[in-house]
Design a protein around this ligand. Structure first.
Ligand code: PXP
Length: 239
């Protein structure tokens, strides 16, 4: 069964719109877990535009499933991860001006620094995942720098404007999952997935976990967090 990681960043986005206390991503995470989420993800960005340090600290104490901390591979963030000790860390590229994480990590180019950073995080007891495009060379590089998992960027698949492009992107994801498994990596995926486009990604043989944020939080605003998560869990379980 494909697992669901719920990203609660955008609950914090709504809170930050007024700079107050509500809605609280910590409460949202607890409701997501009650509704069947297998893990909770938050992205602590350098500019703290949504998730705050306080959220990560509280979540590390309250999450009953697994906490996945998404972050840039910087000294500041690695220091925070070593203090908080989430179950896993997903390293992502981060640009200040972007609306969301735009690309995958260029593990080939960053291999020297990533090797040390992955080793430091693993020594701290965390599982380390790298967010990459579904590309064979990036997968090999992820394995070489010591990551135990990868998260395949599904953004291009989700944004495909015609059937040919969509099929081609799905094929790339399919061979990346296969190659990743062969290398002994845990293969997850995420970005841009929603209630309409998730089915075909769920069907990819060997995929372990999907990290989904915006579509779940967007639905939760209208129908509630528990129902929004339950409906996504049902899709991941092929119901
Ligand atoms: N995975 C990664 C690495 C991400 O950066 C994001 C966006 O924060 C997601 C998954 C979730 O993407 P979305 O909000 O589009 O579901």
């Amino acid at each position: 069964m494909v697992k669901l990681g719920v990203n609660v960043d955008h609950v914090a986005t709504v809170r930050q719109a007024r700079g107050g206390h509500e809605p609280d991503p910590v409460t949202a995470a607890a409701l997501a877990e009650l509704a069947g989420a297998d893990s909770i993800t938050v992205h602590l960005r350098e500019d703290r535009r949504h998730i705050q340090d306080r959220d990560v600290e509280l979540l590390s104490q309250t999450v009953k499933t697994r906490l996945n901390l998404e972050m840039a591979a910087t000294e500041e963030m690695i220091g925070i991860a070593l203090k908080i000790l989430p179950y896993s860390v997903t390293l992502v590229p981060e640009k200040r001006q972007e609306l969301t994480t735009e690309g995958g990590l260029d593990v080939i180019q960053l291999r020297a620094s990533l090797k040390d950073q992955v080793a430091t995080l693993r020594q701290g007891g965390m599982l380390v995942s790298l967010f990459i495009h579904p590309d064979l060379e990036q997968l090999k590089a992820a394995h070489r720098v010591g990551a135990q998992a990868v998260e395949l960027h599904t953004g291009t698949y989700c944004e495909a404007t015609d059937e040919t492009e969509r099929r081609a992107e799905l094929a790339k994801l399919e061979s990346a999952v296969r190659a990743g498994k062969k290398l002994g990596l845990q293969v997850n995926a995420g970005h841009g997935l929603n209630y309409r486009n998730v089915r075909e990604v769920v069907a990819l043989e060997g995929i372990e976990e999907l990290n989904i944020g915006h579509s779940i939080v967007a639905r939760a605003v209208l129908v509630g967090m528990e129902r929004a998560v339950r409906e996504m869990v049902a899709l991941l379980q092929g119901r």
